[in-house]
Design a protein around this ligand. Structure first.
Ligand code: G1P
Length: 277
């Protein structure tokens, strides 16, 4: 079985919920304390064993590329000053992984964004992180936990959490049966993108962490536009689930929806209290 070495970051979205802050700044660069959201994602991917960060960007997103690069002017300015340590962590991160980029020219949904990343991934299993879902866990990161699940089942894995039933319309929602006598691992039988609470098959919501096998690309290519007229990864994964090829894993840890102002403030308070910077 091939190991997971690449992580895809769909990062072309507009971040309209954060306007005007995101008018000229990518939403992925919004900071929790002193670190942009996407850096938390890259750190989580690296600690799960990924060494290539494949980022699907779009217009107005160049700050992401500059962030994961050396700024010689800045380095020169702060060299041998008391401020130099502020760059230690990001310098180390840049030296440990490779960043590759492609642009999503049209916004046609998450499934389409993932398909756009095909040229960066090629024929191997890969992880997907949606940077605005910020996760924190005491021991292993959420993606590391999922890699272990992938190594056991060798198929697609989605991370899930229980949400209040009235919130199902914000997420992809799965239903399935528990496997191996575990309370946290399900073989997915069905999944629906953003169902009304009355139609939701459960309250188990997919969060922004996926492990996908490369056969997903062909499935996405054949997936018609779904909810909101967009090509949904949930619909493509449903096709895989029908063949028994999707596991849902209830991760250990906390997740913040930093795509919403409430979740963003909650995450800021949490990391501030924790003493991270
Ligand atoms: C996307 C997916 C959805 C998933 C969610 C997790 O929705 O389409 O299935 O539950 O991410 O954050 P979005 O939040 O981009 O609208």
């Amino acid at each position: 079985m091939k190991s997971i070495k690449k992580c895809l970051f769909p990062a072309a979205g507009y971040g309209t919920r954060f306007l005007p802050a995101t008018k000229s700044m990518p939403k992925e660069m919004l900071p929790i304390m002193t670190k942009p959201l996407i850096q938390y994602g890259v750190e989580e991917a690296l600690s799960a064993g990924c060494v290539t960060m494949a980022i699907v960007t779009g217009r107005g997103k160049r700050a992401i590329e500059d962030h994961f690069d050396i700024s010689y002017e800045l380095e020169h300015q702060i060299k041998n000053t008391s401020k130099e340590h502020y760059l230690t962590e990001i310098r180390k991160l840049i030296s440990q992984c490779t960043f590759t980029y492609t642009r999503q020219v049209e916004m046609k949904g998450l499934g389409h964004a993932i398909l756009t990343g095909k040229s960066l991934i090629a024929d191997e299993p890969f992880a997907v992180i949606l940077a605005d879902d910020l996760c924190d866990s005491k021991e292993k990161g959420v993606l590391s936990q999922m890699v272990e699940v992938y190594e056991k089942y060798g198929c697609c894995v989605v991370a899930i959490e229980e949400v209040p039933k009235e919130d199902t319309s914000k997420y992809g929602v799965i239903a399935g049966y528990k496997v191996d006598g575990r309370d946290d691992t399900y073989r997915v039988e069905t999944m629906v993108e953003k169902p009304d609470p009355k139609d939701a098959p459960s309250n188990l919501a997919i969060i922004g962490r996926y492990i996908l096998t490369p056969d997903i690309f062909e499935v996405i290519e054949n997936t018609k536009a779904g909810k909101g007229g967009e090509i949904q990864i949930t619909d493509a994964l449903l096709e895989m689930a029908k063949q028994g090829k999707v596991i849902a894993y209830k991760f250990k840890g906390k997740r913040f929806d930093c795509g919403s102002v409430d979740g963003f403030v909650e995450a800021t308070n949490y990391f501030y209290a924790k003493g991270d910077n």
